[in-house]
Design a protein around this ligand. Structure first.
Ligand code: 7TS
Length: 409
């Protein structure tokens, strides 16, 4: 197996115990842990560089600005953006998608237009569009799933029809692990002149992403799922799309001029960054990008394929355990959802917690998907660079303990 276990020493939280047992953190799809390199970058900013950015009146402010803009350049390099200016810092994936809705959707959609998403979307790629349909009279249409938990693209040209103005699809499901059909979605959007958006919240942390070859108009992701701090996310956009998009938020930092009734905007990306930005967090994201780049995203992906394959194998051996998601690690990421007999997923999480194992249980902010699956909740284990096969074994032992407690044969 690709051995990344030497990385574990960089993550102080992994030294903790839970209920007297070593922490086994299997909830990285919710948020990842942070290496000392990221903690130090944030700490160093506050200790040595703290000043507001883009004001330029004194040296400290210039240093803070350089560090913040330097983080933008690192992110741009990480996703191979054509220009640093295509990277907009937002609060999160959620904020990034809302920004497209309120900055582009509101101005370009009309009654009868279509927004196409899929049945496996996180609420962050569902609810903003529902809000936008209310404002514009556009309607929401869904790409269904196959029986193998893949997005069904066999009739994509019927769903992404001539009325479609936006196609927004998850690059990787946080519930099923399924890798989204990004190339097909982009092609279908292109064919009808629609905007192609990728929710990259789970994709960008786990796979090498080249936004230029991907061909979408926008990609959204969050720092906190890729070893970075909470409170900062990225909206990458193709420059022509960013130029035509309106700011969804107004305030300081984003203007060229403000008159009594009208204002003009600063250049991209600053016209989308109203107010004091998440400076320390962006700098922390820059350090996270450095850290991931040093591992190499191909190694990150390879390690995940291997640990996911191992987890799928071991979990499949447990009687009455059902896995929801593709069984081929090449078609999926490292979030593995399952149920065990009729044990409630929350009870599973509680029993596992006694063993030091942290998993998520619930609807995972994907209620339309839960409706399609006919489930109220699943248990979900999700893996990242610092996880090792022994932790899968601890998970499996905990699940056998749950079977014993609940009398599941
Ligand atoms: N899209 C996907 C695919 C996600 O997994 C998440 C968060 C989001 C969007 C929203 O990201 P945020 O940073 O704006 O909150 N997913 C999860 C999860 O699976 N458990 O907690 C958050």
């Amino acid at each position: 197996m690709t051995d990344l276990s030497h990385l574990r020493k960089d993550f102080p939280i992994l030294e903790r115990e839970m209920n007297g047992k070593p922490l086994v953190y299997l909830d990285s799809a919710a948020t990842s842990q942070k290496p000392v390199q990221v903690l130090d970058a944030v700490d160093d900013y506050y200790r040595r560089l703290n000043a507001n950015v883009h004001r330029g009146a004194y040296q400290l402010g210039e240093e803070a600005t350089d560090a913040y803009e330097g983080a933008r350049a690192k992110v741009a390099g990480f996703i191979n953006a054509a220009s640093d200016r295509e990277v907009v810092f937002t609060r999160s994936t959620t904020a990034a998608i809302n920004h497209i809705g309120y900055g582009w959707g509101l101005y370009h959609l009309k009654p009868g237009d279509r927004i196409v998403i899929s049945h496996m979307e996180h609420h962050a790629n569902v609810v903003p569009w529902q809000l936008i349909t209310r404002h514009t009279g556009a309607e929401l249409a869904y790409l269904p799933l196959t029986e193998d938990y893949l997005v069904d693209t066999s009739r994509i040209d019927e769903v992404v029809d001539g009325r479609t103005k936006i196609v927004s699809i998850s690059g990787m499901s946080n519930v099923l692990g399924t890798i989204g059909p990004v190339a097909e979605a982009v092609a279908a959007a292109r064919a009808v002149g629609a905007l192609a958006i990728v929710d990259g919240a789970q994709l960008v942390p786990h796979c090498a992403v080249d936004v230029q070859s991907m061909g979408a108009d926008f990609v959204a992701f969050s720092a906190h799922k890729m070893l970075g701090p909470t409170g900062v996310g990225v909206l990458w956009g193709r420059m022509d799309r960013l130029e035509e998009m309106e700011p969804a938020e107004g305030g300081g930092e984003m203007i060229r001029d403000v008159d009594f009734t009208e204002s003009t905007w600063a250049e991209v990306p600053h016209k989308f960054e109203a107010g004091t930005p998440p400076i320390a967090q962006a700098i922390g994201l820059g350090a996270a990008v450095d850290y991931l780049s040093a591992i190499g995203m191909d190694a990150v992906r390879q390690h995940e394929i291997e640990i996911t394959r191992y987890a799928l194998e071991k979990l499949s051996e447990i009687p009455q355990l059902t896995i929801y998601g593709p069984m081929d690690p090449a078609q999926r990421g490292a979030a593995v959802s399952f149920t065990l007999g009729d044990i409630h997923p929350h009870d599973l999480a509680t029993i596992l917690d006694q063993e030091g194992v942290a998993i998520r249980a619930g609807h995972h902010c994907a209620k339309p998907l839960m409706r399609v699956l006919g489930l109220a909740a699943t248990a979900r284990a999700s893996f990242y660079v610092y996880n090792v096969p022994e932790e899968v074994d601890t998970l499996v032992a905990g699940l056998h303990e749950a079977r014993r407690i609940f009398g599941v044969a």
